[in-house]
Design a protein around this ligand. Structure first.
Ligand code: ACO
Length: 327
């Protein structure tokens, strides 16, 4: 799909804060239970950033992890994209902070597109390298969602966690790398999942809260639908069939949503990467964190076809298929 130029992931890193918050901590002050949270979501615990730890800190740690695993990986990087829904500030962009921290020469901007932001950013990095605008691009997904949660809202507080993930996108050997991207949005669903920033209302007049607000039931239905359509479209665009997918890395929001997508694709659990039980929904960090764990566990080998998919606020969705390796 790149006119003879194979582009893929050259390096990967991720980080989750030290503090582990288990479901039992919610039982102490909310009308909820570990049993409810586990059966409805699959989440048992999540990581929470320290009081003075923000999205930029998580982004830095994810890039440091990437560098530890792949020394020299930032050589030839011509720009940084940070996908986040919880930037430290409205401006400057968090990517500029990453660019300065690691002394990268080149462009830097944030991308806001709900949880699929990291996949959107991979697609942009891919397009930029293919167009000759950069040799390599550093693509980060980082979130300090704990800073914007309503900790007294049991319907949202239990779902999210904090983390960061990072990848370098660039040229790989022929036969490897990205085979397809699918990106989509349906802004008519904006009111189902939001966090007010500058304007206190949506264009349709919906009054917005300054805390994460979600209509879980509507987002659930939307998620199941787009996880199915986007994955099948990405697989078809890649010239493959579901059986060809060796490893499926879905957005880690809810085990029931993952299971619905898995079943629709006819994939056994052994091919599905799940860590929602330990991290909850970390939004843009979700896929790189899960991908890194799968690589470390030896579950992804060179030449494997890997399927990524995500959904989130916007409402938005994205999927990608890549053939792993070739660096
Ligand atoms: N503990 C106990 N009860 C709860 C809790 C809780 N933590 N949360 C909600 N409930 C209650 C509700 O109040 C409701 O009670 P009611 O019937 O008296 O009104 C009842 O449980 C059932 O609520 P539902 O919403 O029908 O529960 P459901 O089985 O759908 O699970 C959930 C709720 C987990 C939120 C689910 O809808 C979901 O996962 N939705 C998708 C959310 C998601 O993935 N969001 C990520 C978006 S990505 C991004 O961009 C940020």
């Amino acid at each position: 799909m790149t006119g003879g130029q194979a582009l893929g992931i050259l390096a990967l890193g991720a980080y989750a804060p030290q503090r582990v918050m288990r479901n039992e901590e919610f039982e102490a002050y909310l009308d909820t239970s570990d049993e409810w949270i586990v059966t409805r979501t699959g989440i048992r615990e999540r990581r929470i950033a320290a009081e003075d730890e923000y999205t930029s800190d998580l982004a830095f740690k994810a890039v440091e992890d990437l560098l530890k695993r792949h020394p020299g990986a930032l050589e030839g990087v011509d720009g940084v994209i940070v996908a986040t829904n919880t930037p430290d500030a409205l401006f400057p962009d968090t990517a500029a902070l990453v660019q300065a921290r690691f002394g990268i020469q080149g462009f830097a901007y944030d991308l806001l597109a709900g949880c699929p932001g990291w996949l959107y950013a991979l697609a942009q990095a891919h397009a930029m390298v293919a167009a000759g605008l950069a040799r390599k691009v550093l693509v980060v997904g980082a979130e300090a969602l704990s800073k914007i949660l309503d900790w007294n809202d049991r319907a949202t507080a239990v779902l999210f966690g904090d983390a960061g993930g990072a990848a370098v996108v660039g040229r790989v050997r022929e036969g490897f790398g990205f085979r397809s991207f699918v990106l989509g949005a349906d802004g008519t669903g904006a009111k189902e999942l939001y966090h007010a920033c500058v304007a206190p209302r949506l264009p349709d007049g919906t009054s917005m809260r300054n805390r994460l607000h979600m209509n879980g039931r509507e987002v659930f239905k939307f998620a199941v639908r787009v996880m199915n359509t986007a994955t099948l479209e990405a697989i078809e665009k890649a010239g493959l069939t579901p059986e060809d997918i060796k490893v499926f890395v879905p957005h880690q929001a809810n085990l029931r949503i993952i299971d619905a997508a898995r079943e629709r694709l006819g994939l056994p659990w052994e091919r599905v990467v799940v860590n929602v039980d330990r991290y909850g929904n970390t939004s843009t960090a979700s896929i790189p964190l899960a991908l890194k764990e799968a690589v470390d566990a030896g579950r992804i080998q060179e030449g494997d076809h890997v399927l990524l998919v995500s959904f989130g606020a916007g409402l938005t969705w994205a999927a990608a298929v890549l053939t792993w390796g070739g660096a």
